[in-house]
Ligand binder design. Structure first.
Ligand SMILES: [Zn+2]
Length: 330
């Protein structure tokens, strides 16, 4: 079977990094936002990171305009709806999409309104396509632990009603995970599933901290585990799943080239590895594209991709019945 026909699961995808460039452009004009250019063709470069970014910081700057247009209920709902429609081309059967509600209250929306608008848009997309979805709420590393606690507390009422988990995202280099331990102790007590961005741009010790102190059962990226045998052992002993996003890792300079990316090594070490996009727009990718790149770089077989699918279903934060249904696709 060709990769594009394989059923797929997306577990690591940021809503604000995955908006149609044309939608950002059109909404920006409608909102009278000062866009860097009047021509859509040249606008695209302002929302896509260059193939070779000089740093994670440059990568993160590409989120400024998307976030500016995500400040009304209508826009949030539209963007979430279009997101689900967009992933249909990659034959995605189930998605856990994530975003940070705190970034969307600049024009007066409440956190509740923000979350409800996104859930509504995603569910409209599900009605249209049949692609099942759940939402992950991101806490932000550079915000105070109190702020993240507040967001997680508000999100509690949506647990099991669209929201399944919390995450910690943002600048990993300057804000180590331990700062936010209190917020993740609370999230665990509430009953949220937990995934944490860690070991993305270097420091593998953040992976162990995220697992042992922040109660993460999945790790966003986690690719620097390849540099430390003890971290690999921890991932295997505790049955932790990595949400790997190769194109994003190359852009943020975690690895020089796809050939040097540890995706295949991690698979061979029997670490639970899943394949994801991170940001379809900022990284100019799709899940099909990530599959094709990994297939071409490492000569992966159909069986490898079927195993990745099974790993993704097992590691997903959905209910047992949905997992059973998802397994029927292979
Ligand atoms: Zn991410």
């Amino acid at each position: 079977m060709k990769n594009k026909n394989l059923p797929k699961i997306e577990l690591h995808s940021h809503l604000d990094g995955s908006i149609n460039p044309k939608t950002i452009f059109d909404l920006g004009k409608k909102l009278n936002i000062n866009l860097p250019t009047d021509s859509f063709d040249s606008f695209v470069e302002y929302v896509r990171a260059p193939a070779n970014c000089d740093s994670l910081k440059t990568y993160l700057e590409r989120f400024v305009l998307p976030i500016e247009v995500m400040q009304t209920k209508e826009n949030l709902e539209r963007i979430a709806y279009e997101y689900i429609l967009n992933i249909e081309e990659s034959n995605v059967k189930y998605v856990e999409v994530r975003f940070a509600p705190i970034y969307h209250i600049n024009n007066g929306l409440t956190i509740d309104e923000v979350i409800l608008s996104v859930i509504k848009g995603l569910n409209n997309g599900t009605k249209k396509t049949g692609i099942k979805n759940n939402l992950i709420i991101c806490g932000i590393r550079s915000m105070s632990v109190e702020k993240n606690i507040e967001i997680f507390k508000i999100s509690e009422k949506y647990l099991g009603r669209g929201v399944v988990a919390v995450d910690l995202a943002g600048n990993e280099a300057d804000f180590p995970p331990i700062i936010h331990k209190k917020a993740f102790d609370l999230a665990k007590n509430i009953g949220f599933n937990i995934t944490v961005h860690a070991g993305e741009t270097g420091c593998y010790s953040n992976i162990a901290t995220s697992v042992n102190e922040l109660h993460a059962t999945r790790i966003g990226h986690g690719v620097s585990a390849i540099n430390d045998a003890n971290t690999i052992k921890l991932l295997k002993d505790k049955n932790i799943t990595l949400e790997v996003c190769p194109t994003s890792n190359i852009q943020t300079k975690s690895f020089e080239s796809f050939e040097k990316h540890p995706f295949k090594k991690l698979l061979d070490l029997n670490v639970n590895v899943t394949l994801n996009t991170d940001n379809m727009t900022v990284s100019n990718t799709t899940l099909n594209n990530e599959y094709n790149i990994m297939e071409n770089t490492f000569n992966l077989s159909n069986d490898d991709f079927i195993n990745i699918y099974k790993t993704s279903v097992n590691a997903s934060f959905t209910d047992t019945l949905t997992k059973k249904e998802l397994l029927k696709y292979i």
